[in-house]
Design a protein. Structure first.
Length: 573
């Protein structure tokens, strides 16, 4: 049995609708529709009928119904006459497969598209064996240790049209893919090769752009190949071309993208629907390389595509290389040691390490509630943002903003980002009254998309006065800065403090992570790992031992049929 399920009004309305349009309605159909809707809302692609919840919380005024069946046989018998439930391939609102997974039709369709797109490319040879070793030796000489894994990743990328390179921060994913791209250009010779770089968010795209440039500068490449390496990076939505009025994307199965090679960074953030749209828009012979960290949080929307692929790598014909050596963190890194224990689920060992004082780059602080917490936090924020408050230009402000950031798992509550941002604003407002020259520019994170301005959800800028006009400055993915009047911007919010979800795709020199004083359904091992690995040089965590340890012990496992389909090599169930 799973934990309790709290059905939402949307789940109730959907279940009522399904029962109303079915010619053979029953209580089992109502429950199945409600659970399928609820699962999609919680990030799952389907509901497993074996996974009956211990308790189901219903909104008030809901009429009583017979309890849902206790096993799959009873479910199947009850749903068999229902014409709103079909087998895979049927055009019905709900799809029930042979294993007992009940899908919303759209989720089932997206899963089929992703499985088909991956398997098509995974099974297609890309480079003749006679040329493979010589090509690899030029860019990935045979060595011992971690470099062998990079060579393995390159081999996979050359011999398959779909491959994955996974690894934690600083394991050389971008450096490896830069060499792979140079290698592909070398092998292509005089044949033109169009390479496209993409990422889920503007911030992630900017980081990929910078990382590729840095990696390219370090490589000793012929000038001809170095000039052909891509420099521009696009968000996936911008690459596909969102049709604002009509919906959907401009590039699809009827209007394919022209690229020969597509590299997608921060692939853990790509949800099932977006991955389906991306694979559908690519030519069948296009090569796809996904980069990411399978241990990070999955996307907010339904699906955990990268985790499904990596978790089934040993059983599926999908080439996945897991890079393990960190070039950022040495043996004396507490961040690396802590993140490893979090990933392993060692809650007691992780807490002991965190509060032991053995490492200078990790710090634990138990905190009190109420006024004591607010006083301590305001002091910590003032110290953390010291360089930011003293910045005098947009360039300095944006650089200083990346040197320190407050993170929280929650939006609301005393330790959620809404209150933490309020406390930061209050702190700097008080300092401004004492010293009119100390007021820092306001950091802002975009929460909507504006394709005309090229501003997307997750982009971070600073609000400053520009000759009497309130202007917001952003880093340009191609280098330099760009600015807009604050009145032209899509929706945004103050960004002294970010949710851990919103911090994905970003890195900061120092991080202050504020945990809630009690467990929440958003807390998980994946969230804590993501938060810790946002820090490059130092992380400080405030909270209680009980919440910290329970968070590590709670994993988020999303229900999906993608891994099974990839392992079976069959897209048609």
């Amino acid at each position: 049995m799973s934990d309790s399920i709290k059905l939402t009004p949307l789940d109730i309305h959907f279940a009522d609708f399904i029962v109303r349009i079915d010619r053979n309605p029953c209580d089992e159909l109502w429950w199945g529709a409600a659970f399928a809707s609820n699962s999609a809302g919680r990030g799952h692609t389907c509901y497993n009928l074996f996974d009956l919840p211990e308790t189901t919380l219903l909104p008030q005024l809901q009429t009583a119904r017979n309890p849902p069946p206790a096993d799959l046989v009873q479910w199947r018998e009850a749903l068999q006459p229902c014409d709103t439930v079909g087998t895979p391939g049927a055009y019905t609102p709900l799809i029930l497969d042979r294993t007992g997974r009940l899908y919303l039709h759209r989720c089932w369709g997206y899963e089929q598209q992703v499985a088909a797109g991956i398997m098509l490319r995974s099974q297609t040879p890309a480079v003749e064996d006679s040329h493979l070793e010589a090509a690899l030796n030029r860019y990935f000489p045979v060595q011992c240790g971690a470099v062998d894994l990079q060579r393995t990743a390159a081999r996979m990328a050359l011999t398959h049209r779909f491959s994955v390179i996974s690894g934690g921060p600083g394991t050389g994913k971008t450096a490896t893919v830069a060499r792979i791209l140079a290698l592909l250009l070398d092998v292509a010779g005089d044949s033109p090769l169009e390479i496209t770089l993409a990422a889920p968010t503007g911030k992630a795209a900017m980081r990929l752009h910078q990382s590729i440039l840095q990696a390219t500068d370090r490589l000793e490449l012929p000038d001809g190949i170095k000039q052909l390496l891509p420099s521009g990076v696009s968000t996936i939505h911008r690459l596909l071309g969102v049709r604002v009025r009509r919906g959907g994307f401009r590039h699809n199965r009827d209007n394919r993208l022209s690229c020969d090679v597509l590299v997608v960074d921060e692939a853990s953030m790509v949800d099932l629907q977006l991955m389906a749209s991306l694979l559908e828009a690519l030519r069948d012979d296009a090569r796809v390389i996904l980069l990411g960290d399978r241990n990070q949080l999955a996307s907010v929307e339904a699906g955990a595509v990268l985790a499904d692929i990596c978790d089934n790598a040993n059983k599926a014909a999908v080439p996945v290389t897991q890079l393990t050596k960190s070039y950022r963190f040495g043996d004396d890194s507490g961040i690396a040691a802590l993140s490893q224990r979090i990933n392993s689920g060692e809650s007691a060992a992780a807490f002991e390490l965190l509060q032991s004082g053995r490492y200078a780059d990790i710090l634990w602080r138990p905190v009190q509630s109420g006024n004591a917490f607010e006083k301590d936090f305001c002091l910590a924020a003032s110290n953390g943002y010291d360089s930011y408050t003293r910045a005098t230009s947009p360039v300095e402000s944006l650089a200083a903003l990346n040197s320190f950031r407050v993170l929280s798992p929650l939006r609301s509550g005393p330790r959620g980002i809404e209150n933490l941002n309020r406390l930061c604003e209050k702190t700097f407002s008080s300092e401004h009254k004492k010293n009119p020259h100390s007021s820092p520019p306001m950091p802002i994170m975009i929460t909507g998309n504006n394709y005309e301005l090229g501003l997307f959800n997750g982009d971070t800028g600073v609000v400053m006065d520009n000759y009497g006009v309130t202007t917001v400055w952003f880093e340009n993915p191609e280098g330099g800065l760009r600015h807009f009047s604050i009145h032209r911007l899509p929706p945004g919010e103050t960004a002294f403090a970010l949710t851990v979800h919103k911090s994905q795709g970003s890195e900061f020199d120092r991080v202050l992570l504020i945990l809630p004083d009690q467990m929440s359904e958003v807390l998980s091992r994946e969230l804590l790992y993501t938060a810790v690995t946002r820090a490059k040089s130092h992380i400080e965590i405030w909270g209680s031992e009980e919440v910290f340890r329970q968070t590590i012990e709670r994993r988020i496992l999303r229900t999906s049929g993608l891994g099974e389909q990839l392992a079976a090599g069959d897209q048609h169930d």
